[in-house]
Every structure is written in C-alpha cells, then in structure tokens.
Design a protein around this ligand. Structure first.
Ligand code: UT7
Length: 322
C-alpha cells in the first residue's frame, strides 16, 4: 500500500538572549527607525554560548516531548543549515547523538534560506519510499558569520531552530511543489568562504568568510522569480491556500508579494519582528508558532504554502495540507 508524509508535530528553540534594534544602535551607525521601517524587524535572538547543533538538538527534543516519541523511533534526521558547527560531523549527526536516535540515518543539506523547504520535500519523499518517521529541522547561528561592523547586513539576521516530525500516512498531504536554483546569481549572497592555506596553493583572494549580501538584487529576485514560482504552483493546482508561510527576510517583501499575487495580506503569517531573518530556520519557527497559537491545525483541514528563497540562489514552494 502507498504511504505519504504528513507533518504530525512541530517544535522550535530560540536562544535566550534577545537584542533589540536600540541595543544595536549603541555600537553601530543604525537606528530602530531605519531597521523597523525598512525590514519590520524589532529584535532578534542571538547565541551567547550555544552552537547550531545545540539549537537543533533542543528543537528536536521539543518535538519529541510534544509528540511522545523517543529518539530511537526515528528513521531519519535532516537538518537544513548554512551555519553548521563543523563541516563534519554534520549537525544532523550531532542531533542524532543528542536525542539518542540510534536507528536513524542523519545528514545536512545546504540550500540557505530555502533549506527547510528543500529538506521537507526530500523528507516526504523518504517517507514515500518506505521510511516511517523522521525529523526535518532548520537551524542557524548566523551571528557567527555576520560582520558586526557591516550595518547593511548585521541588523537583519538572528539565530534559532525549528522543525517538524514527518510520519507515514495513507493519504497524500504534499499536493505540489516547485523547487528552483540559479547558480549564476550566487554572488549576490555569500558567506563562509574558506581560504586555502595549503603550501601548494598559489592564488590570493579578496573573498571573505563574512556574510555579504547585495540586498537590492535579492529584493528584486523575490519580486520576479519568487512571485512567479508561487503563482505557478497556485495556478497549476486548483486548491485554495488558507495561509502562506514565506521565508522571513523582510516584511516589505511579504507586503509587496501579497499585492503582486493579489492575495489578501492577512493570509501571510509573519514573525520577523521578533526573530529577524533566521535563514533556514525561519519557516519552521513560524510554523511551530502558528501551530502553538492555534492559527494552524495539524488536522488535515488547512492548505498552506511554504516558500523559501535566498542564497544559491535557491527558491521553492511547497503546497500542502497540514
Ligand atoms: O535571507 C536571504 C534573503 N534576503 C533578503 O531577502 C534581503 C532582501 N533585501 C532587503 O531586504 C533590503 O534590500 C535591505 C533591507 C537589505 C536594504 O533595504 P534598502 O531599502 O534596499 O536599502 P539600501 O541598501 O538601498 O540602503 C539605503 C540606505 C543607504 O544609504 P545611502 O547610500 O542612501 O546614503 C545605506 O547605506 O540605507 C543605508 N543603510 C542603513 N542605514 C541605517 C544600510 N543599512 C543601514 C542600517 N542603518 N542598518
């Protein structure tokens, strides 16, 4: 008999320390007024002694606690992150150790702010192929890759983790998807460059490990490619979406996309005011918040659109029944 993936539980974890725009303006040439009016962000959470694996492990523990499962019942763990503790072991393997998921295989994926959407798509296909239960997480400590002297990027981002439990179900819940990438535009948003210090390596470089973004180019990309992507998924499926959960980069992007797509703004959930842009973690944190406050129910009655977009460039939309 065929089986399909269903989200049966959500969870998240935010580090305790919150930093307001006013606090940033104490050591950076910026202001609450500029950040709030250009982005909708009012504060963000940042780590003081934790790394991405800690945030993801705590989000996974939150999911297990709510769902009543133990780690050993999981078949797989997928973590979307661009800020892993190490290149190896993966954050997913660190989570596996942390929650004692002895029977799971675990790996990270790198798709920046689209990472959770890509990971969820992949996780659902794992379930279709026969696995029974897995966790898909998005987690980031962007504070460690920010150039805190660059006001144009440092004020935008935050740290956090969120995720979902995917389980086998007899009816399909993932109705449609369109995932896209364009590596030719990858230079608009970069971070984590690693200089080759080998005695055999002869090239010098201007590249840096800090996150660098051409904000205007990314903004324009959301209005063209991302808008088209969402429109295509909606037009190709006759399903009405109840809610839209987009990557939380900037409230102006959401406002403009809603207008462009001619979709009522109140269908778009937002929380970047509290968390800033948490890259791969933003959609699962928003999803968990909406499930926790009762806006979304995991009872197969609501259709939602999840859309990620960012570095790569990568972007993609999933249409699913929760
Ligand atoms: O997660 C990946 C996806 N990322 C995104 O989607 C980000 C997309 N881009 C954006 O959200 C916007 O482009 C930003 C919020 C990043 C920037 O907004 P903008 O309206 O495009 O501003 P701008 O970069 O054109 O800068 C306008 C002015 C500049 O000053 P001048 O040259 O006009 O004098 C900047 O130097 O604002 C200045 N500025 C700041 N001023 C105070 C830039 N950053 C700041 C700051 N505080 N933090």
């Amino acid at each position: 008999m065929s089986q399909y993936g269903k989200i049966t539980c959500t969870g998240s974890y935010l580090p305790a320390k919150q930093v307001t725009n006013d606090e940033l303006s104490k050591f950076m040439d910026t202001s609450d007024e500029w950040i709030r009016s250009r982005t909708g962000i009012q504060s963000r959470h940042v780590v003081t002694d934790e790394n991405t694996s800690d945030l993801c492990t705590k989000a996974a523990q939150n999911i297990l606690k709510k769902s009543g499962y133990t780690g050993d019942s999981l078949d797989f763990i997928i973590v979307a992150t661009i800020t892993p503790d190490y290149q190896m072991p993966s954050v997913a393997c660190q989570v596996q150790a942390g929650i004692k998921a002895d029977n799971a295989f675990a790996f990270d994926i790198s798709a920046a702010c689209s990472g959770f959407v890509y990971g969820l798509s992949l996780g659902e296909k794992m379930i279709r192929s026969g696995y029974k239960r897995g966790i898909v997480l998005g987690g980031e400590t962007l504070s460690k890759v920010l150039d805190w002297k660059d006001r144009s990027s440092a004020v935008l981002f935050g740290d956090g983790a969120g995720g979902v439990l995917l389980e086998a179900d007899e009816s399909p819940h993932f109705l449609a998807e369109k995932l896209q990438s364009d590596g030719t535009r990858g230079g608009s948003l970069t971070s984590g460059f690693r200089e080759n210090k080998s005695p055999f390596y002869d090239e010098s470089t201007e590249e840096t490990a800090w996150l660098k973004m051409n904000g205007r180019a990314i903004f324009d990309f959301t209005m063209s490619d991302v808008a088209k992507n969402i429109r295509q998924v909606l037009d190709e499926n006759s399903v009405q979406a109840d809610y839209f959960l987009l990557h939380q980069a900037n409230v102006r992007i959401i406002d403009k996309l809603a207008r462009k797509l001619k979709i009522p703004r109140e269908k778009f959930l937002t929380n970047m005011d509290k968390y800033g842009n948490t890259s791969g973690a933003s959609i699962p944190i928003l999803l968990d918040e909406a499930v926790t406050n009762g806006t979304l129910k995991l009872d197969s009655t609501q259709n939602v659109v999840l859309t990620g977009f960012g570095g790569g460039l990568t972007w993609g939309t999933l249409l699913l029944t929760l």
